[in-house]
Design a protein around this ligand. Structure first.
Ligand code: ADP
Ligand code: MG
Ligand code: MG
Length: 910
């Protein structure tokens, strides 16, 4: 006979933790905990197979199901010594949905199922607590009415109909909290709730307990296909045929009085990663009271003094769970009259910073292996070690000045300053205009996600460490403070009052996610601990963050196959990048050097030159400066490869822009440049006109400049190689690589390979250094044509470096600067799976890259190939580069650790 129902109870379960697909995540967790001998109220799981069957057979159950449910139910009755529906001493159940992955949109849990006008009397007698029995009953009628029968608010702005009645009775009786209601009030509520159901839905609340049970089971399976669940599955690629399971479980009661309670927790701190149990609880409460924000929950540590035995047991169990599942667990528990029961466990979500710290700690504790520690944290999350924190002097001043106005719970580490917005839509709109904003809400809900993402940080008045805001912020890696009860937020007035202070929309505010302090005004930030250690301002021994970071990075280096280089234009950047682990420079942009100090003057003189001679004169001024720049970088890189890209942008970028400036400002700038160069403004304007291009991205730039003005590239090549020879002569090893931009044809490559060799060999011969300087000449691959003819180009190029920013623009035909109007819509509608400028578009751009690698290696077996586009620091793209066999990825200095970890993960995943 086919098995549709899996029992768990009395230390033995028919299923186990590996059966998430069959039992759902919750059911598998309950089974596993039962088998471990952890106290779990007995019950049974109706499998996901039933859900599949249900939808394949016109919403009918398998014929054997009733019987199997009956048998498991009888087994629970035997264990508990009570009967379902027994008016003398009733057994009650919760009915809980449970998909493989937790899924919003699924049916909410129904508690206290099995109560009716007869059994409520029995429950009161059996427990000697009439108030408790009626409290449970009114909760059940409301939950069942809402979740199973569907009595919900009609409009979005309406309140929950049951809450309206509850508030009405509270108001009449002057009760502040639910716990202030008397037995009489609760009886009245039950009556009012049932009347409301009859009035609004035209159905009678079911008194028969089996009818209640099957109604709830049907509602869970029905919810699998509701709009919200379908939308969520679509968003996260969850197949519709997975199905949900239903868990039917004996009720235990956290609302039986002062020795009962309920709570949620984590085995470690999910925000900071520290190895200590965190969470919160409420005494005399049930179910979701803790997260619902009706009463403010208390931190879990306080449970120790209130119910010491249960607390001690909880500590033991949570340790047990973590060592069993070998990862941080997120658990739910209830204490009924001092006795602890576990109701759920699963691997918990965590802040990326916490994820990395935990992984290192768990390896050190021997809980996981080094490989697991490398694989677990999200590679992007490692950036949290480098993100700025508040300047401590400025913070101390803020404390002295009394600018700390409130304190909440630290849900996401880091320091964030921004202008206050009170709703998600504003936060998004302001951020799009380039403002830094903080999103301040009473609490957040799923429709706020985009605003949360746009904000520097999130601050809420309500909710605990397990609230929506805290969970989402942790996942996004945002700075976040929750449960800041002192904030009195008024959405209408767009302001909040904190004590005697008023903070208005648009005011600057700062939040410290490490200490959970809310600070008036904008606070300057300073480098993270890791960066402070690297720049010598802090001792390594004094920073646990630094030690953990280094440990993880060293492990990553052991496992990765691909090198990690950096994009750096100055010696300072290069030095920091090396400290962060860069093994070379994959892109040094020379044009940035053209803007500095008095150089721009000579650049402009060169641009205005009518003749080659005049141009050469101007270039002669630039030459020593460029040479000095290169020498500085070579020294900083101390023998590591340095890839210098010859001039790339179109020349008009060095003159005032008529398009980008207001007319008056443009005129002014032109006048200033004219004075500087001692020519007339008209002459400057004429030159600007002449250089104007309709589509500069595809215009006179890159090696096309080198073709028409060879003297520019000649000067740059000479400066690079002379600098290399000078540095080598001083005993410092050098490895210059000269990179030609925007090459489309092998003829172009030949011209510049010849030019480079002619100049470089002459300089090197003259220098007669002890150690001869070796150099490479190669190209950026940033045009589809270059990929197609990569074999021809490789005859002259000793290396390729994928410039994936331009390669994406030219392959997709999308200008990176003009994506605003449509790319969001494209990604939302999955026309592109992801923003192709952030993550390599593997199907399109990626295939071209593969082609270039294959052809390049065919023509020149040992050709060095890397990537220097922004994608080089994005984990998914790094993985792709590893897979197609590149030699290195190059990214901005602060992304280097991310790339190192991503590269190791790619290698370990195989
Ligand atoms: P969710 O998936 O939304 O977390 P759960 O099924 O875990 O829903 O139920 C929510 C809460 O209801 C639990 O955290 C617990 O407090 C309470 N609950 C569920 N089942 C029981 C039970 N058998 N006894 C007591 N409380 C329960
Ligand atoms: Mg819930
Ligand atoms: Mg739960």
């Amino acid at each position: 006979m086919f098995k549709w129902v899996y029992f768990f109870g009395e230390g033995k379960a028919e299923g186990n933790g590996t059966q998430k697909e069959l039992l759902g995540g919750k059911g598998a967790g309950l089974a596993e905990m039962t088998n471990l001998g952890i106290p779990v109220p007995p019950g049974f799981t109706i499998t996901t197979d039933v859900c599949t069957y249900y939808y394949a057979n016109g919403q009918a159950y398998p014929p054997e199901l009733k019987d199997q449910v009956g048998k498991s139910l009888a087994e629970v009755e035997r264990i508990m010594g009570r009967k379902f529906g027994d008016p003398a001493n009733p057994l009650l159940f919760s009915v809980r949905s449970g998909a493989r992955a937790s899924m919003p949109g699924m049916m909410d849990t129904v508690l206290n199922l099995g109560l009716n006008d007869a059994t409520v009397v029995g429950l009161a007698k059996a427990t000697g607590n009439e108030r408790f029995a009626w409290d449970s009953y009114r909760r059940f009628v409301a939950m069942y009415g809402d979740v199973v029968l569907g009595l919900k608010p009609e409009k979005k702005t309406d309140d929950d109909p049951f809450d309206v009645l509850l508030d009405q009775v509270k108001h009449e009786t002057g009760a502040k909290y639910d716990t202030d209601l008397t037995t009489g009030d609760l009886k009245k509520l039950v009556r009012l709730f049932k009347e409301e159901i009859k009035k609004r839905l035209g159905v009678q609340f079911p008194e028969e307990v089996h009818e209640q049970l099957w109604g709830a089971i049907g509602a869970v399976f029905g919810s699998w296909m509701n709009d919200r669940a379908i939308a969520y599955r679509k968003l996260y690629d969850i197949p519709g045929d997975w199905g949900t399971a239903v868990n039917v479980q004996t009720m235990v009661f956290g609302n039986r009085g002062e020795t009962s309670g309920t709570g949620v927790g984590f085995t470690r701190d999910p925000a900071l990663g520290d190895n200590r149990m965190t969470g919160e609880f409420l005494i005399n409460a049930q179910g979701e009271d803790v997260v619902a924000g009706i009463r403010t929950p208390r931190p879990i540590a306080q449970l120790e003094s209130i119910l010491p035995e249960a607390f001690g047991q909880l500590v033991t169990i949570q340790n047990r769970l973590e060592s069993h599942f070998r990862d941080m667990q997120d658990f739910e528990f209830t204490i009924e009259d001092k006795k602890l029961w576990m109701l759920q466990t699963r691997t918990g979500k965590r802040h990326p910073f916490a994820a990395a710290r935990m992984a290192v700690d768990m390896e050190t504790e021997g809980l996981i292996t080094e490989k697991e520690a490398v694989l677990r944290p999200d590679a992007d999350g490692i950036a949290a070690f480098l993100s700025p924190i508040f300047d401590q002097t400025a913070k101390a001043a803020a404390v002295r000045e009394g600018r700390i106005i409130a304190k909440g719970l630290p849900a996401g580490p880091g320091g964030a300053s921004g202008r206050v917005t009170f709703n998600a839509a504003d936060a998004e709109a302001w951020a799009n205009k380039g403002e830094k904003v903080l999103l301040v809400r009473k609490f957040t809900s799923p429709e706020d996600i985009r605003g949360m993402n746009a904000a520097q940080g999130i601050l809420t008045a309500m909710g605990g460490m397990t609230s929506h805001a805290a969970l989402v912020a942790r996942q996004m890696g945002k700075v976040c403070i929750v449960g800041c009860g002192e904030l009195d937020i008024d959405y209408e007035k767009a302001q909040m009052v904190v004590g005697d202070k008023v903070v208005k929309e648009g005011d600057w505010l700062s939040i410290d996610g490490f200490t959970a302090e809310v600070i008036l005004g904008q606070l300057p930030t300073r480098p993270s601990e890791v960066v402070q250690v690297l720049s010598g301002e802090l001792n390594a021994e004094d920073s646990r963050n630094y030690q953990q970071f280094t440990k993880l990075m060293n492990w990553a280096d052991k496992h990765r196959k691909i090198q990690v280089w950096t994009n750096a234009d100055t010696p300072g950047q290069a030095e920091m990048a090396v400290k962060l682990g860069a093994e070379g420079i994959g892109l040094c942009r020379t044009e940035h050097m053209f803007f500095e100090g008095e150089r721009i003057h000579y650049v402009r003189r060169m641009i205005l030159s009518e003749t080659k001679e005049d141009r050469e004169k101007a270039l002669a001024y630039l030459f020593p400066m460029q040479k000095e720049d290169f020498a500085g970088i070579f020294k900083a890189m101390n023998g590591r490869p340095v890839t210098v890209r010859l001039l790339d942008p179109p020349l008009h970028e060095f003159l005032p822009s008529r398009e980008a400036l207001k007319p008056e400002v443009f005129e002014e700038k032109v006048k200033a440049v004219a004075e500087e160069l001692k020519v007339s403004p008209a002459e400057i304007e004429a030159r600007i006109e002449a250089l104007h291009e309709n589509n500069p991205m595809l215009g006179h730039r890159g090696c096309r400049l080198g073709v028409t003005y060879p003297e520019i590239y000649e000067m740059q090549i000479k400066a690079i190689v002379e600098a290399a020879c000078d540095v080598a002569a001083a005993g410092i090893p050098v490895r210059p690589e000269i990179m030609i931009p925007i090459v489309a044809t092998h003829q172009e490559m030949k011209i510049f390979a010849d030019m480079t060799r002619r100049i470089a060999d002459e300089v090197i011969a003259k220098a007669r250094a002890k150690r001869k300087v070796h150099y490479l000449v190669g190209t950026m691959i940033e045009l589809p044509r270059a990929c197609v003819v990569a074999d021809q180009i490789a005859k002259y190029a000793e290396f390729f470096s994928f410039g994936t920013n331009d390669l994406t623009q030219t392959t997709c035909g999308i200008s990176r600067d003009d994506v605003r109007g449509f790319l969001g819509e494209y990604v939302n509608r999955e026309i592109y799976g992801n923003d192709p400028f952030q993550r390599i578009d593997r199907e399109g751009v990626g295939e071209l890259m593969k082609m270039a690698v294959k052809k390049g290696r065919k023509a020149r077996r040992k050709i060095q190939i890397g990537i220097c586009g922004e994608h080089g620091g994005e984990p998914n793209s790094v993985e792709f580069c590893h897979q197609i066999g590149l030699n290195y990825v190059s990214c901005s200095p602060f992304r280097v650790p991310v790339a190192r970890l991503a590269a190791a993960q790619a290698a370990l995943k195989g």
